[in-house]
Design a protein around this ligand. Structure first.
Ligand SMILES: C[S@@+](CC[C@H](N)C(=O)[O-])C[C@H]1O[C@@H](n2cnc3c(N)ncnc32)[C@H](O)[C@@H]1O
Length: 328
């Protein structure tokens, strides 16, 4: 099957990395991948819709039906037999200021030979993108970006300005490549933003924080989301968990300024934590972690194999490095 993912464009490479990690988590085999900053096109086998439902840094995932110039797309549309089924066509330019009506109208007429237009609840939702060429697809999944906005920490029952935006928390969970119904650990869980996304993906969440107030607050916040994660007051450097009882780790540790480390030097805390993660992860398990500088990436590489890094500039003095490590 050929699919394309319309990436959200918040970062030049992180959205693509999230999509590929989500495919790997769901055991979707990617045979071929081509990409630009806004579009990822894949040839895949496996449960791609399940992988699509995981995404945070994307807009729409489609099964690819045709590509080329507008005439080839129209030829494909004219040849379809919709048998009276309802459809809609929406077109969008990627990096080009496309007039959508110039594409939607003729294609609507082509599909309309055998189908009926329904703009609100169509049986087939066609999407046309203009990137280097036209690409026509059938929508498999639309990412609910408004839900991701609505569950920002400021709108949650327990709120402190230390939490990643839900879309980045979701990307972090995806980068940890935890399979469906697997267990993901956040050993610095804070207000529970990462765990909230893990649970939304259908994963079992385990959260630790050294501050009792954080654990209680996270419990309150996440109780409303249905099944609660397992939470405990504990030191991330000495997690009270059986080795290999988790499938992956997704976490955003303190950066040494705003968040509390109870006076412990950040260097020492990270060294203890990385050593504990290396003991806890199963073989080939992933750690997805946000680090405040390249120095800490090198530190982590002393304990685990570095696979990927993505630098996200937040403001002048803060760059978040989304990093993925693997236990060999
Ligand atoms: C940047 S915040 C985590 C933010 C979190 N992702 C959220 O959604 O709120 C870091 C957290 O690490 C906790 N922390 C600091 N030192 C710790 C340690 N040694 N073990 C466990 N948690 C610790 C802090 O209490 C804080 O809640």
């Amino acid at each position: 099957m050929r699919v394309f993912v319309e990436l959200s464009g918040e970062h030049p490479t992180l959205p693509r990395a999230e999509a590929l990690a989500a495919m790997a988590s769901e055991r979707v085999e990617v045979r071929r991948a081509t990409f630009g900053p806004n579009l990822l096109r894949l040839e895949v086998t496996g449960p791609v819709e399940r992988a699509a439902r995981r995404l945070g840094l994307a807009h729409v995932v489609c099964e690819e039906l045709a590509s080329g110039d507008l005439e080839s797309i129209r030829a494909f549309a004219s040849a379809q037999q919709l048998g009276g089924r309802t459809f809609r066509v929406r077109a969008h330019g990627l990096g080009v200021d496309l007039d959508p009506r110039g594409v939607e109208r003729p294609l609507g007429a082509d599909f309309g030979k055998t189908g009926r237009v329904d703009l609100d609840a169509p049986q087939i939702d066609y999407r046309v993108l203009l990137d280097e060429e036209f690409v026509l697809g059938r929508v498999l999944h639309r990412v609910d970006r408004s839900r991701l906005e609505a569950t920002k920490v400021a709108n949650r029952p327990f709120s402190l300005p230390i939490s990643l935006h839900p879309k980045f928390a979701r990307a972090l969970v995806n980068l940890a490549r935890v399979p469906m119904a697997g267990t993901v650990l956040d050993p610095f869980c804070g207000t529970g933003g990462v765990l909230l996304e893990a649970m939304q993906l259908g994963l079992r969440g385990v959260g630790l924080d050294r501050e009792r107030g954080m654990v209680l607050g996270t419990r309150t916040s996440l109780r409303s989301g249905g099944r609660a994660p397992d939470l405990a007051v504990a030191d991330a450097g000495r997690p009270p968990l059986r080795a290999e009882s988790i499938h992956g780790i997704a976490t955003d540790p303190p950066y040494g300024r705003a968040a509390s480390t109870r006076g412990e030097a950040i260097d020492q805390l990270y060294a203890r934590a990385f050593a504990a993660f290396a003991d806890l992860l199963p073989r080939a398990g992933h750690l997805a972690i946000v680090l405040p500088s390249e120095r800490w990436i090198e530190r982590g590489s002393e304990f685990l194999e570095l696979v990927e890094t993505y630098a996200l500039r937040v403001h002048r003095s803060l760059v978040r490095h989304f990093c993925v490590f693997i236990r060999e």
